[in-house]
Design a protein around this ligand. Structure first.
Ligand code: TRP
Length: 451
């Protein structure tokens, strides 16, 4: 810990509920709606779901608990948490990996968030519905290829995020999540119910819920499931370490972790139940990939009864979910900078927001002006998206496992997690020490082998 660290009064969550809503807000994002639906669609629906559930339980949940435990021990930020027990060891860089990683994720995440916001406002104003013309394929591709528009919307989403984070942990992040998360839950449930009333929707339920056993245990499905679990829970980049740094001492970590994992998975499922029945009811392709949300769905909204309202709700949901996730991604670097300089929170938030914007410019332009720039075959956006899920998050996850499972003394780790004694503590310890890192390592190897 550096000596010049400012002795600010430590910020804290107002209530337990506020903390849990904020962590679920971080987990529930574009990943649950846009990414989950296309990854599940491409990997066989129900089959994917089972492997996904196991990934969350055996790999995701133990790491969430590990991050929360590290955060509580450090009681500050990502960098402090990893440097706490051995200030001079190489562990002190692990926190900085997360800090930089968060800015990188934020940079391309804000681009998709910007698309969602543009669609939302277009659905509200009606512009989106008039634009259908020759279908949304052309509309979407023209928009993301524009040299200015994607940058503008990306900037608006980042500005909103900076505004909230500048307000502080309790008055900014906690308040925003308290308002947005219940709204989000309500919205997605209503959408799923309405979707179920569409003629032909049963095929969508079947697709999502009944497994095709043949495609279950292929390496590709397992890799996709673990990658999705990392991204969707938002682990490996010190988000939960940072959020748990503001915990009141009496908050129970295992309970919070279960709420996060269950809330995130349930949300993805319900979002899937809003999307796939509609996709099948209109005879569209469930495996359309990343274009599903921005090309296939608007087409469906246009054709179905009350579709405009459905569209407004859906893209509003997507934008709001993105915003609460962006808050956590911004808070990680903000907290770390804030604790090591005399800068104000507001300035730190603006500074990091600008950094994410500048870093995100190539991603935002990678479907237009910069579409010729290729990194190992991908455009900039696709490359970063893939590199983050396949390498950066797994690497961050392994670091958490190694620190908690091998570097800390067992008794310290288990008690930091609030699990002392009992069989749950033993199970968690071996999951985080052995099962999770080995699984993640295999996934990385598999991905490297594919290159
Ligand atoms: N979990 C969010 C989603 O599903 C994205 C996210 C927020 C994230 N914080 C993160 C991803 C930290 C990786 C790491 O959209």
């Amino acid at each position: 810990m550096s000596a010049d660290r400012q002795q600010l009064p430590r910020e804290q969550w107002g209530t337990d509920t506020g903390f849990i809503l904020a962590t679920i807000g971080s987990a529930v994002g574009i990943g649950n709606i846009w990414r989950f639906s296309y990854v599940a669609g491409e990997n066989g629906g129900g089959a994917f779901l089972i492997v996904y559930g196991l990934s969350v339980l055996l790999v995701g949940l133990p790491i969430v608990i590990g991050e929360l435990a590290l955060g509580r021990r450090g009681a500050a930020d990502a960098v402090v948490a990893f440097a706490k027990d051995a200030p001079r060891s190489a562990w002190r860089y692990a926190g900085w990996v997360s800090v930089l990683g968060c800015v990188l994720i934020l940079s391309f995440y804000a681009v998709v968030a910007g698309w969602a916001l543009k669609y939302f406002l277009g659905a509200v104003s009606g512009a989106l519905w008039q634009a259908a013309g020759a279908g949304y394929g052309g509309y979407f591709r023209e928009f993301i290829a524009d040299p200015v528009a994607p940058l503008f919307w990306q900037c608006v989403m980042l500005a909103l995020t900076v505004f909230v984070v500048a307000g502080g942990v309790r008055a900014g992040i906690e308040v925003a999540n308290r308002v947005l998360m219940p709204l989000l839950a309500f919205c997605v449930i209503v959408l799923a119910i309405y979707s179920a009333t569409l003629p032909g929707s049963a095929k969508g339920w079947q697709f999502l819920l009944s497994p095709d056993w043949d495609s279950i245990l292929t390496g590709q499905v397992v890799v996709a499931a673990i990658g999705q679990a990392f991204f969707s829970l938002g682990i490996g980049m010190a988000v939960f370490i940072t959020y748990a740094g503001y915990l009141a001492p009496e908050t129970r970590i295992p309970r919070a972790a279960v709420a996060i994992a269950a809330g995130d998975t349930l949300f993805a499922l319900i979002a899937g139940l809003a999307i796939f029945p509609a996709v099948f009811a209109f005879g569209m392709n469930p495996a359309a990939g990343p274009e599903l949300a921005f090309i296939t769905l608007p087409q469906i909204f246009l054709a179905m009864p009350y579709g405009h309202i459905f569209g407004i709700a859906f893209f509003g949901l997507l934008s709001a979910a993105a915003l609460t996730s962006m808050m956590s991604l911004l808070e990680v670097p903000v907290a770390s900078v804030l604790h090591r300089s005399r800068i104000t929170r507001r300035r730190a938030a603006i500074l990091m927001g600008v950094a994410a914007f500048v870093l995100g410019i190539p991603s935002a332009l990678s479907f237009g002006v910069l579409s010729d720039v290729r990194i190992s075959g991908d455009g900039v956006f696709d490359f970063i998206n893939r590199a983050v899920s396949n390498y950066l998050l797994p690497l961050g996850g392994i670091l958490v496992c190694l620190y908690v499972g091998w570097f800390l003394r067992r008794a310290d780790a288990v008690s930091a997690a609030g699990l002392s004694g009992g069989v749950t503590g033993v199970i968690w310890y071996w999951l985080v020490r052995l099962v999770a890192p080995v699984m993640v390592f295999l996934v990385i190897l598999d991905t490297v082998g594919e290159l």
